[in-house]
Write a protein that binds this ligand. Structure first.
Ligand code: SAM
Length: 251
């Protein structure tokens, strides 16, 4: 019997309704406590919509790459497809940096980066109170002292000219937040923006970098280099990509 599922902690996420036989098979195979049917993620806060198929608790602790993530799958999203990107991002910073994570969620990028790159400080901004709650829990669970969780719309956060690195882990509307990202960036030294978006294959090598170039010019930054990285296939002919752009603004 081949059944597709994602395992988060002791919870299984499936995309379709299951028969009782299939439920019993998965319980015996994975020793899970809960099985939920994930239908879709909606709205700016990316809230999931689930249906309980087995069990009753939707909160669990998931371990990935040595990091602990407490999560309630009925309230916040988890993207298995971003696992390699979370690992890659964990090592991109260093102890001399200040980082802003504009769309922190429960700490998907912030927690591994804080643990492994050990930057001076990561300001982790999150608008959804549910995600922010788990972000605060996960900072404690991973015993981190270099993360400042901020419950806010990132556009309302006043942190000017202080970030060596800005993480824009969002999709569909990321370009509308570029002005704010440049406001966070330091002047007078090389900085990095990690700009995520989902785009059709034929424009993914041009559109995002043109957006960044346009905003760099507007804010007086020079684009020094950039690398486009495919994260996962998002839909037929559509990729979730990240542009890692290095920029500088002479003082
Ligand atoms: N960066 C994580 C990742 O890639 O796995 C989480 C991505 S999730 C799709 C985007 C997160 O950004 C959600 O938790 C959502 O609530 C949050 N968000 C959306 N708009 C925001 C805003 N204006 N300010 C701060 N957080 C926001």
């Amino acid at each position: 019997m081949t059944l597709k599922y994602q395992k988060i902690g002791d919870i299984l996420l499936v995309k379709k309704k299951l028969t009782n036989n299939e439920i019993n098979y998965l319980i015996n195979k994975t020793k899970c406590k809960t099985i939920v049917k994930y239908t879709y993620i909606k709205g700016d806060m990316r809230k999931p919509n689930i249906e309980l198929l087995y069990g009753d608790k939707t909160e669990t602790i998931h371990k990935e790459h040595g990091c602990l993530f407490k999560i309630d799958v009925s309230k916040v999203m988890w993207s298995m497809g971003n696992i390699e990107e979370r690992k890659r991002m964990a090592y991109t910073s260093n102890p001399n940096e200040t980082v802003v994570d504009m769309f922190a969620g429960i700490g998907y990028f912030t927690i591994p980066m804080a643990k492994y790159s050990k930057p001076k400080k990561i300001y982790a901004i999150e608008i959804n109170p549910d995600s922010h709650y788990y972000l605060v829990e996960n900072i404690k669970l991973n015993k981190l002292n270099n993360v400042v969780p901020i419950l806010s719309d990132n556009r309302d956060v006043e942190l000017k000219n202080m970030a060596d690195r800005v993480i824009m882990g969002y999709i569909l509307k990321t370009r509308f937040f570029l002005d704010k990202a440049f406001e966070f960036l330091k002047e007078g030294k090389k900085c990095t923006i990690h700009y995520h978006d989902t785009l059709a294959e034929k424009i993914m090598d041009t559109e995002p970098i043109n957006e960044i170039k346009h905003h760099a010019e507007k804010h007086g930054y020079n684009l020094l280099s950039y690398k486009i990285h495919k994260i996962k296939k998002y839909a037929p002919g559509v990729w979730h990509i990240v542009v890692n752009a290095e920029l500088i603004k002479d003082k």
